[in-house]
Ligand binder design. Sequence first.
Ligand code: 13P
Ligand code: 13P
Ligand code: MG
Ligand code: MG
Length: 382
Amino acid sequence: MLNGVLDLARKTTVSLIKCDVGSLAGHHVVPQPLFNLAEKSLQEAAKKGLINNFIVFNAGDDLELLMVHEKGEQNHDIHKLAWDTFKAAANRAAELKLYGAGQDILKNAFSGNVRGMGPGVAEMEIEERRSDPVVVFAADKTSAGSFNYPLFRIFADPMNTAGLVIDPAMLCGFKFEVIDTLENKSIVLKCPEEIYELLALIGTVGRYAISRIWRASDDMICAASSVSKLSLIAGKYVGKDDPVMITRAQHGLPAVGEILAPFMHSYFVQGWMRGSHWGPLMPVGLCDSKCTAFDGPPRIVALGFQVADGKISCGDDGEPMIADMFDDPAFSIARSEAMENAVMLRRMGEFEPARLSSEEMEYTTIQTVLEKLGKRFKPLEK
Ligand code: 13P
Ligand code: 13P
Ligand code: MG
Ligand code: MG
């Protein structure tokens, strides 16, 4: 019995840390040698007991390290492991003359935490429940703030999440931490009471990003997403943020199916070609996690698993069991919608709203073009 109680109180951390270290054929896909290197690096860390187990996967050209351990969030050793793995992969990418080798490695020396250094991080320390289903998401060719819409649908919209109406454990609502990425400030808003105020902020996806969500009745953490803006760190365009997020499901939280339901339709996100265009987000299985047309359309993958005894739960072979959630015909309408909208937007070329607003273009090379023209402007005669 005591063991059972201790087991229930076990604290486990899920860390999803990503970085574009270089890719094959432009910004298309992470090639095999970089997977091999990352696998080896995390295998060694698992042997030493630093992490309990892991999955290496990709969202287009972003290398994704999903690690489960007991060291807590923002742990120096875990972040150093990710940083060293990305640095080694970036060196390998440079040797192979892959495109954008070391693209998201924006600082030279590791400073104890990869936050603010280029890689994106979503982390969540949880007290393991009897059964703890988790879904992680990773997107390519898009930005922090792109998860505002689905996170709102999942945790605040009763038209998406039946549990908000039907499950008494969810009637209390959820608390949302929103980051103002321009001014580096945060605010917590509670839904349903402050649903309109929440929307007033998070609809501005280029500035505000939901970073964490808790169940209001007991402050149980149930979602975490990366909110770093590469252009704000680097002061110029260096590729899009390509965010990641972790959500917990079931038993008093949204069901896995409710977490996936917002992706039955495509929606528009900032990113796509040169990080400068609105594009329709396309949910895909890992086999299609690669960007092609106009460097897109922006794509998102979702992996489901169970956290058990400090690990991603394993099959008979000892390997972590992973469900490739969007590898399913249930999302084929969203994929068709994405392509219909993609061709419509591309027909508009460089005209807004296909291209991002001038505010959002501030960090791109278009500024140099505009500066050149600036000198040629003459005041109008009165
Ligand atoms: P380059 O100048 O590196 O081609 O930048 C454009 C880019 O990366 C968009 O794909
Ligand atoms: P990534 O941010 O995925 O590297 O894409 C950069 C880009 O400019 C695509 O056109
Ligand atoms: Mg890239
Ligand atoms: Mg990318």
